[in-house]
Design a binder for this molecule. Structure first.
Ligand code: ZN
Length: 411
């Protein structure tokens, strides 16, 4: 066994540590204070700071985002750094502290905020999302510190608030207000997404755009259509006309699991409550997931053109509003961190990892847009947000090994 492999093997000894940290974290329900009864991340952060301070980190900082809704007035984000031989460069593992509410309690077999361990599984809200990733990140530091080893570059944990509800008080504030903590050559692992096989190394996502269409005609009695203008009919034609987007933006990219852009009409708001009225307005939404080779602007221009034609033909007024308009730069598949994570996933899990893009909406997009290479990887059974959420201890250890081996081989 090489020295680095021996170093990683140490992680196998940390079962008790994993269970203990998972138990204490789960006992602090870090639900957004913007939800009824939510207490935010402060208590969980307090506990984690104790854990981090008991370890040999060289720097520990709390980056606060002001939030009057939080009982403490702030939402904490934690940075813990362990210096490497080259202090100009840092490998970050980014995880989030907040959890989603337990949902329907009758669906839980155990108390969601009291950990139950059964063999390899730790049950409780948050144990998988995102405490598994957080703990794997901790294991890397613990293994190095316990063996008195410095990595070739700095190793740091970034533990965020507010990931589940949009990251305003989390990574968005960290990048905006505390961006100086990051160096130009830094790279990130985000263990907050993956599958049960542990073979998905995610480096890109589609641009996401949600559009709201409001079609205005003229309401009238159903028996006298000549006196009105049926907005529902015009909206229906518009829905069909928008299918043309699939033809206009038909490029394929094998990196993505669905290798083309998608444009799907989804939500349709209720119009008139009674059957004998012709609706004067009709509202529906389009969910667009666009390959990075196109811009959202190109799609929006095409959408407006289609809407104009329907407006003219049906003599209605159509407004198109952007509800969400997010784009994300892909991480280069040749970036060092991508190559290393892929290599060590294969080695640790003996599988065939694929470098992949996803449909959109991961927290890594903020990092990629800020210019950092970011890899989303973890091996998970995908129980997040469900009742009886659990994490696997074996996966927690395996992911920790992947991160440690990648770190030790980063130059
Ligand atoms: Zn998550």
């Amino acid at each position: 066994m090489t020295d680095v492999k021996k170093l990683a093997k140490k992680i196998d000894e940390y079962r008790d540590f994993i269970i203990d940290v998972q138990t204490q974290m789960t006992a602090c329900p870090a639900i957004t204070p913007h939800e009824k009864g939510g207490l935010g991340e402060s208590a969980k952060a307090e506990y984690l700071l104790k854990v981090l301070k008991a370890m040999k980190f060289d720097e520990i900082k709390v980056l606060e985002a002001k939030d009057p809704a939080s009982p403490t007035g702030v939402r904490p984000n934690i940075v813990a750094k362990y210096y490497g031989e080259n202090r100009k460069k840092t490998l970050w593992v980014m995880a989030h502290m907040d959890v989603v509410p337990p949902g329907d309690l009758s669906m839980w077999k155990t108390d969601p905020f009291k950990v139950v361990v059964k063999g390899d599984k730790i049950y409780g809200r948050g144990t998988e999302d995102n405490q598994q990733g957080l703990v794997s990140g901790l294991l890397v530091a613990k293994a190095l510190m316990d063996q008195g080893v410095r990595p070739p570059v700095n190793y740091a944990l970034l533990l965020n608030a507010d990931e589940e509800v949009g990251s305003d008080y989390g990574i968005i504030t960290v990048l905006k207000k505390y961006g100086k903590i990051f160096g130009k050559e830094d790279s990130f692992i985000v263990p907050d997404g993956g599958n049960a096989k542990g073979d998905m190394v995610e480096i890109a996502e589609k641009n996401m755009m949600w559009l709201k269409f409001t079609v205005l005609g003229k309401q009238t009695h159903a028996s006298t259509p000549q006196n009105g203008n049926n907005a529902f009919v015009a909206a229906s034609h518009l829905v069909v006309a928008l299918r043309d987007l699939y033809k206009q933006f038909n490029k394929k990219d094998r990196l993505f699991d669905v290798p083309y852009s998608v444009f799907e009409p989804t939500k349709h708001e209720a119009n008139v409550p009674n059957v004998n009225t012709i609706p004067g307005s009709d509202v529906f939404y389009l969910d667009c997931r666009v390959l990075p080779c196109y811009t959202n602007k190109q799609v929006l221009d095409a959408v407006l053109k289609i809407a104009k034609a329907v407006e003219k033909k049906f003599k209605v007024k159509i407004t198109v509003k952007e509800v969400i308009n997010d784009s994300s730069k892909p991480t280069d598949k040749n970036a060092a961190i991508v190559k290393l994570v892929t290599k060590y996933v294969k080695e640790v899990y003996r599988n065939n990892p694929k470098v992949q893009g996803v449909g959109g909406g991961t927290v890594a997009a903020y990092l990629r847009n800020a210019g950092f290479p970011a890899v989303v990887f973890s091996k998970l059974d995908e129980t997040m947000h469900q009742p009886n959420e659990y994490c696997s201890i074996k996966n927690t250890m395996g992911d920790g090994k992947v991160f440690l081996l990648s770190l030790m081989n980063l130059k």
